[in-house]
Design a protein around this ligand. Structure first.
Ligand SMILES: Nc1ncnc2c1ncn2[C@@H]1O[C@H](COP(=O)(O)OP(=O)(O)OP(=O)(O)O)[C@@H](O)[C@H]1O
Ligand SMILES: [Mg+2]
Length: 334
């Protein structure tokens, strides 16, 4: 049985389609990711799957239960880490987990032991009795993950699990996520706009943009789908020679496409970099153009996004926005 099935799931806000006929299946024990830019519809999709929001149309089953007809059943099977911090900052880590456990009906006799295990899992044993307001952002995220696991859910939903975290905290959260799958076979649905996160964690990724899934597959499959390898070139020579060179580039065998990036920089998509690079040098020499820089890479998920949408899905920019956003949240809480 699939852990999650979504069929033409749609959410319309005042005539605006935030999620537009999204269909996918998540297998049991799989880490499945939604990768997309700000406003793509990731949180809205999660909200429908975790029964916080009713779909405008379409259907979804989570752990075999219909999210609209059997929301309580669904809730008993899932754990959720929300995009925005949702922990009580005045309480200690231990108190937060204790309260959450009681809300979920975990018997007191097992709750104490379970909290101990979970705090150990996320390496917060030493901070159990510290008020959360003294935690760092990374520690809060780890506590939220522990909290989501308190009733032993079958499926864990993580909405931007490492939003705005520093690289070290991010790596820790990644470790826990991979461990949960490995040790407990947990199914994990996560959203992210970090390419590296999707590549590292996900067995399969759905790329979402403007409420639609525009590609779906393993990171490897997605990268292969755009075909070939990428060569970046920088040339230095006079403009007239350059344009003649540019024209002939796409005639080289194995060159699939040529994009000019300005400032005499070019990106080429080619079948095989190792056979095309010598031909590029030959052509440059014949045209009297000097190549000042050349490098080649295998495509990343960013290249996949670029290919499909014509826009980049950049990590750095997003991460600055997240910092600003988290700081605003922190100010509100004071
Ligand atoms: N309650 C709401 N009412 C109206 N519009 C909404 C509501 N919630 C979300 N939207 C809009 O729907 C679109 C998708 O929002 P959503 O939060 O799902 O995106 P996201 O992919 O999670 O983005 P982010 O990276 O910013 O978290 C956005 O344009 C957003 O402004
Ligand atoms: Mg979101």
């Amino acid at each position: 049985m699939a852990a999650i099935v979504a069929e033409k799931l749609t959410k319309v806000f005042n005539g605006f389609k935030a999620v537009n006929e999204v269909s996918f299946e998540v297998k049991e024990g799989e880490i499945f990711g939604f990768l997309g830019p700000n406003g793509a519809g990731k949180t809205t999709t999660i909200n429908m799957l975790i029964t916080l929001m009713k779909p405008t149309s379409g259907h979804a089953l989570v752990a075999g239960y219909d999210v609209v007809k059997e929301p309580e059943k669904v809730r008993g099977k899932i754990g959720v880490v929300f995009q925005d911090q949702s922990i009580d900052r005045e309480l200690t880590g231990w108190e937060n987990l204790w309260l959450h456990g009681l809300v979920y009906g975990v018997p007191r006799s097992t709750l104490r032991q379970r909290i101990r295990q979970l705090l150990k899992l996320v390496e917060l044993e030493g901070f159990a009795n510290t008020p959360v307001k003294k935690y760092s952002g990374g520690m809060i995220r780890r506590l939220e993950i522990a909290r989501a696991l308190i009733h032993r859910p079958e499926i864990l939903f993580l909405d931007e699990p490492t939003l705005g975290l520093d690289p070290q905290s991010r790596a820790k959260v990644w470790d826990y996520i991979l461990d949960l799958r490995k040790e407990h076979g947990m199914t994990i649905f996560l959203t992210t706009h970090y390419i590296e996160e999707a590549e590292r964690l996900c067995d399969r990724v759905a790329i979402i943009d403007h409420g639609k899934i525009i590609a779906l597959g393993s990171p490897e499959e997605l990268k292969q789908s755009i075909g070939g390898e990428l060569i970046y070139l920088k040339v230095s020579e006079n403009p007239s020679l350059y344009s003649a060179f540019l024209e002939k580039l796409s005639d080289i065998q194995g060159v699939l496409s040529v994009k000019t990036l300005g400032n005499r920089q070019l990106s080429l998509r080619v079948k095989s970099a190792s056979t095309t690079i010598p031909a590029i040098f030959d052509l440059a020499q014949a045209a009297g153009v000097k190549i000042s820089e050349i490098k080649y890479t295998k495509p990343s998920l960013n290249d996949v996004f670029l290919q499909l949408t014509g826009r980049a899905l950049r990590d750095e920019e997003a991460s600055w926005r997240d910092h600003a956003r988290l700081r605003t949240q922190a100010r509100w809480r004071r």
